[in-house]
Design a protein around this ligand. Structure first.
Ligand code: ASP
Length: 441
């Protein structure tokens, strides 16, 4: 069996194991508690999954930095950089906007927060009964970050660190890391040939090394994925999933429209490639994104899939993918829009067309700053609900947080797939020949 088939098998087994624990080891559903056997198994799954995630995350900082620096420095002229930059940003903005509009349309047609035109009372009762718990979990997640307009401003402040090494420190400093990498790459174009080749040669080696380590890590993917998916399935509270059933369906349907309709159309028309072939080339990346719910952790796998599977040049992948993993989040942007409007519906908050327009703009803006880690869009959703003034919305967000992971898995797969399509579209526009006699892992 091929590696991706092992991963798929692990995922199916994990779903079965998780569901078995969920149905046999739960002693109380509200809040979810497990018996001793259940707790031990979940602990083991969590341990394995976290170890795998850490292994993937470990290579992100050197990979992002060296990819961007080598990618840009290799362009050797700033007009090449500007051209790639413009195409990339254009693609990001276009696809994120399309995604948000799909979310907006679907949530307005199906109105998952309403029953017969009135706010869903069962959901309201659940929120009232657990209001404190939900508020607590949201403020715990926000960890002192503010939700007002200042948060939008801070997104950009975070981009410029006071100290270069701050950018290499924590995962949530991704925007800063990208900023420093872009600056270094562009700077290298202007220094002496001698200086440039010394620096680029070193980073090129480091880049290859990071990808090699990724290949090693991916040998453990079936085990890691099993741990991640089994834990998520075991800990997903079925009663709340059922309570929010219509909401789930609406979000997943909107995400699937983007993934299975919009993206293939773009691949065919702007990318000039067969969508099926591309899905196949990205199979490992999609499986990793789905099981880790982290675009950043999936980045090394996405990069490998595009280079080895689709035959996109290092020049394009190096530039577009690291940027895309943080900046381009179609699934997240779509989700933010649906979640905010759902919150308004459940709370009986009337949303005028102008307010919905504000939601669209803020979803577009905030999705740029969302880190590529699980449940990261919660911060962005909080920013939007504060800015459009939906009172008490944190209770709805807390409720959604309780069942966020399954949706996060799907939206992350959409985020990653859109990044990969961006690379195809740009590579095609740069005249690259794609999918030539390479089948990938
Ligand atoms: N988990 C998503 C990602 O990594 C971000 C989010 O929507 O929470 O792409």
């Amino acid at each position: 069996m091929k590696q991706w088939q092992w991963v798929l098998l692990a995922m199916i087994l994990a779903l079965i194991a998780g569901a078995a624990i969920n149905s046999t080891c739960v002693v109380s559903t509200d809040p979810m508690e497990f018996n001793e056997a259940g707790n031990s198994l979940i602990f083991i799954f969590d341990y394995i999954g976290t170890l795998f995630m850490n292994l993937l995350k470990m290579v992100i900082v050197p990979l992002v930095f060296t990819s961007i620096v080598v990618g840009i420095a290799g362009l050797s002229k700033t007009d090449g950089f500007a051209r790639l930059g413009l195409k990339t940003v254009g693609y990001y903005a276009l696809t994120s906007l399309i995604a948000i509009l799909i979310g907006l349309t679907v949530v307005n047609i199906f109105k998952p927060g309403l029953v017969n035109g009135r706010p869903n009372e069962a959901i309201q009762q659940q929120m009232e009964a657990n209001a404190e718990e939900y508020r607590g979990s949201v403020s715990g997640k926000l960890q002192g970050q503010e939700g007002g307009l200042s948060a939008v401003r801070d997104l950009f402040l975070r981009m410029v660190p006071q100290n270069v090494f701050e950018a290499f420190g924590a995962n949530n400093k991704m925007l800063a890391l990208i900023f420093i990498s872009l600056l270094t790459g562009v700077g290298l174009i202007f220094i002496s040939e001698e200086g440039r080749s010394a620096v680029v040669g070193f980073f090129q080696g480091l880049n290859e090394l990071s990808l090699l380590i990724t290949n090693w890590v991916m040998c453990l993917a079936p085990i890691g994925v099993f741990g991640l998916v089994a834990e998520t399935t075991a800990q997903t509270g079925l009663p709340i999933v059922l309570l929010l059933g219509k909401y789930f369906l609406v979000v997943i349907a909107a995400l699937l429209i983007h993934l299975l309709v919009v993206m293939p159309i773009l691949l065919k028309t702007l990318g000039g490639v067969s969508p099926l072939k591309h899905f196949f080339a990205m199979r490992n990346a999609l499986l990793t994104a789905f099981s880790t719910a982290s675009s950043s952790a999936s980045l090394p796998v996405t990069m490998r899939g595009l280079r080895e599977g689709a035959g996109v040049s290092n020049r394009v992948t190096s530039f577009i993918l690291p940027l895309g993993a943080t900046v381009n989040m179609d699934g997240t942007a779509l989700y933010e829009c649906v979640a905010v409007i759902f919150a308004a519906q459940v709370l009986g908050f009337e949303m005028a067309l102008t307010t919905q327009f504000t939601v669209v703009m803020l979803a577009l803006l905030t999705s740029i700053g969302v880190a590529g880690v699980p449940s990261a869009s919660l911060v962005a959703i909080t920013i939007i609900v504060y800015n459009v003034g939906i009172p008490n919305a944190e209770v709805v967000i807390g409720l959604l947080l309780a069942v966020d992971r399954p949706i996060d898995m799907v939206r992350t797969a959409v985020n990653v797939f859109s990044d990969s399509c961006g690379a195809i579209v740009v590579a095609n526009s740069e005249g690259e020949t794609l999918f030539v006699e390479k089948t990938g892992a």
